[in-house]
Design a protein around this ligand. Structure first.
Ligand SMILES: [Zn+2]
Length: 259
């Protein structure tokens, strides 16, 4: 067994690889041990996923949407009362925004005295701060997502690990080789959108992922995080083909094909 990224023997690797970060609630889209070796798994966790999750925009989003860490904690968020007094908002549950806990005694006094009524928190983002970090994570998710479709087919996984056409995206994800990699970003539904399940339950979709193969044989990894669709070309540093595909398909999302 060889690793999808470094091609070293990964037969003795023990770590399950989470294609989408586990801290985004992913427990199902995973790869069995050895598909990605322990060393690459550890590298991605430390160098891509943690810095991505620690971005202020992502922390803001996780606070608003109540996404717990692996330890079950919600990130706090700094805001201001309407007179400019700083406070920190903490969440203790995912049901509703918890009470606001002020960081200063005078702020608490103002709230108790009714002197301030409003509070301001940073809004959830429409894009992320660090394009290279995001695009490398998207490249990793794309290649691993393709591997997830081949689990159990050793020849298919070996092809994906050895195929030269995926070497640029492979080494960009793993080693940051080259000068960035463009990706397409747009909102396809509101971050707070609630979906009704077959049993009537209301749910929120944190992430969705699929692969798009265009009529011209281009492969795109399409990820949605809270309705923000992030698309990356697995073959080359260009999103022109995706813009063309959108134009020819009335801007529909590949995640929601109209049949
Ligand atoms: Zn490896």
């Amino acid at each position: 067994m060889v690793c999808l990224f470094c091609r070293n023997d990964s037969s003795s690797s023990r770590s399950v690889e989470h294609i989408i970060p586990q801290s985004l609630g992913n427990t199902t889209l995973i790869l069995p041990p050895g598909t990605v070796c322990d060393r690459c798994n550890n590298y991605f966790a430390r160098k891509l996923e943690k810095p991505f999750m620690d971005q202020s925009d992502i922390i803001t989003l996780r606070h608003h949407e109540a996404i717990p860490s692996k330890k079950g904690r919600f990130p706090s968020l700094d805001g201001q009362l309407d007179d400019g007094t700083p406070f920190t908002s903490y969440r203790y549950s995912n049901s509703s925004l918890s009470g606001l806990i002020d960081t200063s005694p005078e702020g608490v006094a103002k709230i108790l005295a009714g002197e301030v009524r409003g509070a301001w928190l940073p809004a959830p983002p429409d894009a992320w701060e660090e394009p290279q970090l995001s695009s490398r994570l998207l490249a990793k998710i794309g290649l691993e997502g393709m591997a997830s479709r081949l689990v159990g087919q050793d020849e298919g996984l070996m092809y994906l690990a050895q195929e030269p056409q995926f070497d640029p995206v492979r080494s960009y994800a793993r080693y940051g080789t080259g000068r960035g990699w463009p990706y397409h970003c747009r909102r396809i539904y509101d971050a707070n959108k609630k979906w009704i399940e077959a049993n009537g339950d209301e749910v929120q979709r944190i992430w969705e992922w699929d692969i798009l193969v265009t009529e011209f044989g281009e492969w795109y990894s399409v990820l949605a995080l809270f309705g923000l669709e992030l698309t990356i070309n697995m073959g080359e540093r260009s999103i022109e083909g995706y813009l063309d595909w959108l134009h020819r398909h009335q801007n529909m999302s590949p995640l929601y094909p109209q049949t």
